[in-house]
Ligand binder design. Structure first.
Ligand SMILES: [Zn+2]
Length: 295
């Protein structure tokens, strides 16, 4: 392919006097190379599930924390974000003991987690999910300093007494262990719902959490980091809000009242990583990392 110059006789280029068939920049790409480039670009535009490894042009549904569903494992966007937070923030150790409260995903996911770590799944209300352990977060039937990691995906908002649950989580974590707490964050300040609110599986919501969950965690002795997306952190720093809200979230309230918590906020996914995992809009992806200090 050394002499595959264009057949047209466009002559000199600009004022350089270079003939097109001599200038390598002007040679057309061989078809196979062009095809490879197009394929590479489309792969770059595609999405990947970090939980099961599936890749494709897009997930099912819309861009929302409760949608963008993986066609293979059923993970929705917030499942991928919590998993991403775990794999980004907690160094991997095969023997780590991990408790996940009310995991949304089924047996295939649990088997995979069991291969990765010493995995325990628990549930309080077995109407919604089948689980290995029956556990009330406010009164956990586990020894002190038993766990390395706790994942709580959208559970804490269904627990009446937040302080008792946080005290229990602190008690059962080993020193240096951490809880990754995902809750819906519809507004900047924590408040009970103005009217009875239920989530999809008929579970009552007691609390709509805001940034001040950070203070509650710190009151219990946790070292706290708020894990967000790059896009959210930029907006929070610049006070740059969204043109339209999320319906179930007041993103402008979140951005305008983020100031006192900016020093605890860390971006765990770049714009490209978030696009690849279909984590958008960024105000839906907030996880508290609550670490029990190491001795
Ligand atoms: Zn998947």
């Amino acid at each position: 392919m050394t002499d595959a110059g264009p057949s047209s006789s466009s002559g000199a280029v600009g004022g350089s006097g270079l003939r097109s068939d001599r200038d390598p920049r002007l040679r057309p790409w061989p078809p196979s190379l062009r095809e490879r480039l197009v394929a590479l670009r489309s792969r770059r535009r595609g999405v990947t599930c970090n939980i099961c490894g599936w890749s494709g042009p897009s997930f099912r549904g819309v861009l929302h924390s409760e949608s963008a569903t993986c066609p293979r494992c059923g993970a929705i966007a917030r499942d991928r974000f919590l998993y991403h937070c775990w794999t980004e923030r907690v160094p991997y150790r095969p023997g780590a003991r991990l408790l996940e409260t009310s995991p949304r995903l089924g047996q295939a996911y649990r088997r995979r987690m069991t291969e990765l770590v010493e995995y325990l799944a628990s549930d309080y209300d077995e109407r919604a999910h089948r689980a290995d352990l029956h556990l009330d977060l406010q009164r956990m039937d586990l020894p002190d300093e038993h766990l390395d990691v706790i994942l709580t995906p959208h559970v804490l908002e269904h627990v009446p007494d937040t302080d008792r649950a946080l005290a229990e989580m602190y008690r059962v974590l080993k020193p240096g262990g951490c809880a990754l707490i995902a809750v819906p964050v519809p507004q900047a300040r924590t408040a009970p719902p103005p009217a009875p609110e239920y989530h999809g599986d008929r579970t009552l919501v007691y609390w709509r959490f805001g940034w001040d969950l950070t203070d509650r965690l710190e009151d219990h002795g946790f070292e706290t980091t708020i894990l967000v997306l790059d896009d959210f952190l930029d907006r929070a720093r610049e006070g740059r809000t969204w043109e339209s809200g999320g319906g179930d979230v007041d993103p402008n309230d979140l951005v305008t009242h983020a100031g006192p918590y900016l020093d605890r906020m860390v971006a765990v996914a770049s714009v490209e990583q978030a696009r690849r995992l279909a984590l958008a809009p960024s105000f839906y992806f907030i996880v508290w990392e609550a670490r029990k200090p190491a001795r």
